[in-house]
Design a protein around this ligand. Structure first.
Ligand code: ZN
Length: 201
């Protein structure tokens, strides 16, 4: 994954979202925030993230097949983190690049079927039974595709190299009272271990 002088990945489709603030302050961004879309398709996620009325955006969207779409250059502040805090920092949009991954999120089990909040059912092999880091009991989660996990790790490695990213965080870690993405199906701790040598954010 190669990043050009215009702060965009080369060979990646680009659709610019109008939902953006100005450039980052000097020395920033130094953080990546990982999200899932909790939606029905990559196309609908991109539509939402480019809709002025919705007032949300992200720098990148990763489809189920691993295809990447960039919506903002990496030097521009996006609107993905919302009310959030990490250490002494608040409003993490000012510090971070947002990556949205196409995934249905938490699923509910009924008679051996697993259903998303928008009513689609998923086969057992696409479902993980696991405990969220912010919860005490296990529940059901849509698995990420291997292609998605591979490309997200490659994206993070490229952003670390280009921008000196120091923190890779889940939305669930910076807004634990209101967000549960990317959830236990995303191997955040093992990815941080591979990239930084430690599972800790
Ligand atoms: Zn999120």
């Amino acid at each position: 994954m190669e990043i050009g002088p215009n702060h965009r990945f080369k060979d990646v489709s680009y659709i610019e979202s109008p939902n953006q603030s100005g450039p980052f302050a000097p020395e920033l961004p130094d953080t990546i925030v990982i999200h899932y879309t909790a939606g029905a398709s990559t196309e609908s996620a991109i539509r939402t993230l480019c809709d002025r009325k919705r007032k949300v955006s992200a720098h990148l969207v990763v489809g189920r097949d691993g295809a990447v779409t960039q919506l903002l250059p990496f030097n521009i502040v996006g609107w993905h983190a919302g009310r959030s805090a990490w250490g002494e920092r608040t409003s993490l949009n000012r510090y971070s690049i947002g990556i949205e991954i196409d995934n249905a999120g938490q699923l509910s089990e009924r008679d051996g079927c697993y259903e998303s909040w928008f009513g689609r059912t998923y086969p057992a092999e696409e479902v993980l039974h696991g405990t969220h880091r912010n919860h005490s009991e296990a529940s059901y989660w849509h698995r990420y595709a291997d292609e998605q996990l591979e490309v997200v790790e490659a994206i993070c490695a490229a952003l670390i190299q280009r921008y000196g990213i120091q923190y890779i965080l889940g939305h669930e870690e910076i807004a634990p009272s209101r967000k549960i993405d990317p959830g236990p199906a995303f191997p955040l701790d093992s990815m941080r271990t591979r990239l930084y040598g430690s599972p800790l954010a």
